[in-house]
Design a protein around this ligand. Structure first.
Ligand code: ZN
Length: 63
């Protein structure tokens, strides 16, 4: 069985990782020592920076 905490959330635009309720450019520490060939399940979303950027672009279309 897969543990919930092993599902990594990743920004689909800039590939930062979400853990500890923050976005990080580094992989979580518990994944760094893993076999690089081991597949870690990833759930794609958007980080706060990309959401803000997307909103800014969206706003500009209406100026
Ligand atoms: Zn992002």
């Amino acid at each position: 069985m897969l543990k919930t905490r092993e599902v990594l959330e990743m920004c689909r635009r800039c590939y930062v990782f979400k853990y500890d309720n923050k976005w990080h450019f580094e992989k979580p520490e518990h994944l760094r020592d893993r076999d690089p060939d081991e597949r870690i399940p990833v759930r794609f979303s958007q980080c706060s920076a990309c959401i803000e950027e997307a909103l800014a672009i969206y706003d500009m279309e209406y100026i």
